[in-house]
Design a protein around this ligand. Structure first.
Ligand SMILES: Nc1nc2c(c(=O)[nH]1)N[C@H]1C(S)=C(S)[C@@H](COP(=O)(O)O)O[C@H]1N2
Ligand SMILES: [Mo]
Length: 419
C-alpha cells in the first residue's frame, strides 16, 4: 500500500487542534494553514528552542498521520525501488542527530518596504533544535541509488489534497549525501504534528523550505523538478515550491527563470553569479544575528560601573559564523562581541555577549555577524527600483516574495540609558 492509498484509508487526516492552544509560545500570523512565530527574542536564547516555541510554517493544513500506517517510497534512479515503514527506518539503518538553527526564508519579510507579499514575519521564524533520524546516505547506499554529482534528491510532502500543489523540494545530491537525515525526533521526543510527524527531511544549515515535512516519497533524479511532467504529475503541480516560490525575484522580473539544474548551491554565491543564475534558489541560509537582550524599548539603569551586558544569537548556513560585532549607534562604530557557551556543531546557534560601556541617552543597538568566508550582514534592504539580485553596497535585495532578509538595521533594539 503506498502512503497515498494510506491517505485515503485514514492514515492521514487534517488536524483540528488550533496552534494558538498547542503552542502557547507562538504568535499566530495566520490559521488554515497555520503560520506562527516565536513571540519573544528571549525565547531564542535557549540552546534548544522548546518544541512549542519553535515557529510553524505551513502551506496546507497540518495532517494528522498514523505513524504505524505511514511509509516513505524511494523511487527514481535506484537499483531497487522501496517502500519503507517507520519501523524499518528506525531499526534497519544507522541513526544520526544534528543541531540546526532553522530559519524560514520569509523571516524578516516584515521589514521590506514596500511590503512583500505573504505573512509578515519579523524575527521569530527561526528555531534551534536537535533532529534525529536516518541518514539519507544510508538509505540511498542500501538501494543502489545513483548518487553521482549532478543528481538531485527530490522529497515530496504527503499533506496536499488532490487540488493542492504538492510541497516538494529538490536537493543537490552532494548535500543529501553529506548530512541530510530523514528525521523522526525533535529535541529527543517524537516530532509534533505541525513540525512534521512522523517523518521529515532535515537539511541542516539550509532554509526551512528545504526540510520537507510529512515526507511520503523521495526520488533520485537527474534534474530538479521542472517541466510539464512535474507540473501535472497525478494532476497536481510539484514544481511550484521549487521553481516559483523560494526564488529571489526582483521587481523587474515577471517570473523566475526555471532551471533544470544549477551547479552552485550556495545561496549567497547564486545571488552573485547573476549571469548564470538570474533568480537565486533559497538553499543554504545567509549569515544573521539578533540581539536578544536588552529588550527593544528597554529603559536601562547601568550599575555603578556604567556597564550593560548585551547578549544575542547568531547563525548561518553551510559556512560557520566566525565573528559577531556590536554597535550601540545603529552601525556607525563597531566592537567585537565574544562567543559564550558551547558550540553544538556547525549548524547550531552561537550565543554571544558584549559588555557595553554605555553613555546616558537613547541608543540603537545592532549586531552584525560574519561567516568564515567573510560574508557579512548588510545594513538595510534596497528599494525595489534598484533591481538588485544580490547583496550590494551594504543593501539586501528587495524581492517580490520577501525572502532571505539578513539586514541588521531593522533588527536593532532602541534603548534608553538612564543617568
Ligand atoms: N510538506 C511540507 N513541508 C514543509 C512545508 C510545508 O508547507 N509542507 N513548509 C516548509 C517551510 S517554508 C518551512 S520554513 C519549514 C518549517 O518547519 P516547522 O514548521 O517545523 O518550523 O517546513 C518546510 N517544510
Ligand atoms: Mo519557510
Amino acid at each position: 500500500m503506498s502512503s497515498r492509498d494510506a491517505d485515503e484509508s485514514e492514515a492521514s487526516r487534517p488536524r483540528d487542534e488550533p496552534v494558538a492552544e498547542t503552542y502557547p509560545g507562538l504568535e499566530v500570523l495566520s490559521t488554515d494553514p497555520d503560520n506562527a512565530q516565536t513571540d519573544a527574542r528571549e525565547n531564542l536564547e535557549s540552546y534548544l528552542t522548546p518544541r512549542d516555541e519553535h515557529y510553524v510554517r505551513n502551506h496546507h493544513r497540518t495532517p494528522e498521520i498514523d505513524a504505524d500506517e505511514w511509509t516513505v517510497s524511494l523511487t527514481g534512479l535506484v537499483d531497487s525501488e522501496a517502500e519503507l515503514s517507520m519501523e524499518e527506518l528506525r531499526t534497519d539503518y544507522p541513526t544520526d542527530s544534528v543541531v540546526h538553527m532553522m530559519e524560514c526564508s520569509g523571516n524578516g519579510r516584515a521589514y521590506f518596504s514596500p511590503d512583500a507579499e505573504g505573512d509578515q514575519w519579523t524575527f521569530g521564524a527561526v528555531g534551534d533544535a536537535v533532529w534525529t533520524g536516518t541518514p539519507v546516505r544510508a538509505i540511498l547506499d542500501a538501494h543502489g541509488a545513483d548518487t553521482a554529482d549532478g543528481r538531485w534528491l527530490t522529497a515530496m510532502g504527503g499533506e496536499a489534497k488532490d487540488d493542492e500543489d504538492v510541497f516538494c523540494r529538490s536537493i543537490p545530491m552532494a548535500k543529501a549525501l553529506d548530512d541530510c537525515i530523514l528525521a523522526y525526533e525533535m529535541n529527543g521526543d517524537p516530532m509534533t504534528a505541525e513540525h512534521g510527524y512522523p517523518l521529515r527531511l532535515l537539511v541542516p544549515g539550509w532554509f526551512g523550505n528545504n526540510s520537507v515535512k510529512w515526507v511520503e516519497e523521495v526520488r533520485v533524479m537527474d534534474s530538479m523538478v521542472v517541466g510539464e511532467e512535474w507540473q501535472s504529475r497525478d494532476g497536481r503541480d510539484y514544481t511550484e515550491y521549487q521553481q516559483s516560490s523560494y526564488r529571489i525575484l526582483p521587481a523587474q522580473d515577471e517570473e523566475p527563470e526555471r532551471y533544470a539544474a544549477v551547479d552552485v548551491a550556495d545561496t549567497h554565491d547564486q545571488m552573485r553569479a547573476t549571469d548564470e543564475i538570474r533568480n537565486a534558489y533559497l538553499f543554504d541560509q545567509l549569515v544573521k544575528s539578533l540581539v536578544t537582550s536588552p529588550a527593544d524599548g528597554a529603559e536601562l539603569s547601568p550599575g555603578a560601573d556604567g556597564r550593560i551586558e548585551v547578549t544575542g544569537v547568531a547563525w548561518s548556513g553551510d559556512d560557520r559564523v566566525e565573528r559577531v560585532e556590536i554597535s550601540a549607534d545603529g552601525g556607525e562604530t563597531w566592537d567585537d562581541a565574544e562567543f559564550v557557551g558551547p558550540d553544538l556543531g556547525r549548524y547550531a546557534v552561537r550565543k554571544f555577549r558584549y559588555v557595553w560601556d554605555a553613555d546616558p541617552g537613547e541608543h540603537t543597538v545592532v549586531a552584525r555577524a560574519t561567516d568564515d568566508r567573510g560574508r557579512t550582514q548588510p545594513a538595510t534592504v534596497s528599494d525595489p527600483e534598484e533591481g538588485l539580485r544580490g547583496i550590494e553596497g551594504d543593501r539586501y535585495p528587495w524581492n517580490q516574495k520577501g525572502y532571505g532578509n539578513n539586514a541588521y538595521r531593522p533588527l536593532g533594539v532602541s534603548v534608553t540609558v538612564e543617568r
